[in-house]
Design a protein around this ligand. Structure first.
Ligand code: NCD
Ligand code: ZN
Length: 356
């Protein structure tokens, strides 16, 4: 039985740090366990320019504990204000290189009101990204049909994979694309067939690997986009991970919201996982019998896609049961509850692995 595993320090290819007090509370948690993190730009207002990203990077670095070696990799939001000129500037910037452009379908998730209704309209920006080698990070869900009505949110990812993604791949043959937070069987099949290093990759969250629709629907901490899918879909996502493909890797999508927004009649979309994400990934890989694939998934494939070397530091995880009993509390007194919490998760949840 393996009860300890040492891997290069992980890379989080998808994290939300927010701003202000929330940012100050959550950034150190990612900094403690990850060597680098790709920072999502869906703040309010959104990050649309290199200068805004540079300011935001300063705020993040200011919240990292002394001596921490976690590098934030900045992105910009694909809004109507984002221009090809800005892409060019971001690709070259020494002060704040832009590592990707994030696309949110209008209306689909937290702060997605600045996204395009159809990403296919963003032609000039996408062309420039293809030219300069800047990755497109996709929230790959169709949220609205052609007449503006909402589609079934359980079908959004499938519709995106069947309709939009092939068109993007055809129109921009050299564009680097990451399908973020893959959650369905259709997406897993598509990535297995068409994924390729440096061209088409997918990231997977711990919560889409661990939980199922049946238990998530009634639990606010598990409410997120894409919605957590059925056990059958989860099985396909797990099988994809078990293949150990170099174009599939971790992106926690840790997306904190204050207690007031989670425990409400319409809980905000977003799962806060930063305090437990690596531990949960390790638990799942252990259950799947593929701990040998953990390092590639957490620490190698992600940096590879972004053209960076893996970390030279390591972390060690040990197999030891523990429970999450406390929330994170901001310096303004707001509570932020992580998934896996003893009371607010599934109930009496036990985590099997712990960072030493
Ligand atoms: C994210 C957030 O809260 O910013 N929420 C989520 O449910 N995943 C946005 C996103 O990545 O969709
Ligand atoms: Zn996200």
């Amino acid at each position: 039985m393996t009860d300890s595993v040492t891997i290069k320090k992980p890379f989080d290819s998808h994290v939300h740090f927010r701003q202000g007090a929330m940012l100050r509370a959550v950034t150190p948690l990612t900094a403690a366990k990850f060597s680098r993190a790709v920072v999502m730009p869906n703040t309010d207002p959104p990050i649309e320019t290199v200068d805004q990203a540079a300011e935001y990077k300063k705020e993040i670095l200011g919240a990292m504990p002394q001596g921490s070696h976690c590098e934030p990799l900045m992105t910009v939001y694909l809004t109507k204000n984002l221009t090809a000129v800005e892409i060019e500037k971001g690709a070259k910037s020494n002060v704040c290189k832009i590592y990707g452009v994030k696309s949110y379908p209008y209306g689909a998730t937290t702060n997605s009101q600045w996204g395009y209704r159809s990403i296919l309209e963003a032609k000039e920006v996408l062309k420039k990204m293809e030219e300069v080698g800047m990755p497109l990070l996709l929230h790959g869900e169709v949220h609205m049909n052609e007449s503006g009505g909402e589609v079934d949110p359980y079908e959004g990812e499938r519709l995106f994979i069947e309709d939009i993604l092939p068109r993007l791949l055809d129109s921009y043959p050299k564009l680097k694309i990451s399908l973020e937070h893959l959650s369905t069987a259709v997406a897993a099949d598509f990535i297995e067939k068409h994924g390729a290093e440096g061209r088409l990759v997918a990231t997977i969250t711990p919560h889409h690997l661990l939980y199922a629709r049946e238990e998530a629907e009634s639990r606010p901490l598990l409410r997120c986009k894409p919605l957590i899918k059925s056990k059958a879909e989860r099985e396909k996502v797990r099988l994809l991970v078990k293949k150990g493909l170099p174009f599939v890797f971790a992106g926690t999508d840790s997306a904190p919201h204050p207690e007031s927004k989670k425990f409400s009649a319409t809980p905000a979309f977003g799962v806060f996982s930063a305090p437990v994400a690596i531990e949960l990934y390790t638990q799942i890989f252990d259950e799947l019998g593929v701990l040998n694939l953990l390092e590639n998934f957490l620490s190698i494939n992600g940096p590879n896609f972004y053209g960076l070397p893996p970390s030279e530091e390591t972390i060690t995880l040990v197999k030891k049961d523990w429970q999450v009993t406390e929330p994170v509390v901001t310096d303004e007194g707001e509570k932020v509850w992580p998934i896996g919490h003893k009371e607010h998760g599934l109930g009496n949840e036990t985590l099997r692995w712990r960072v030493r």
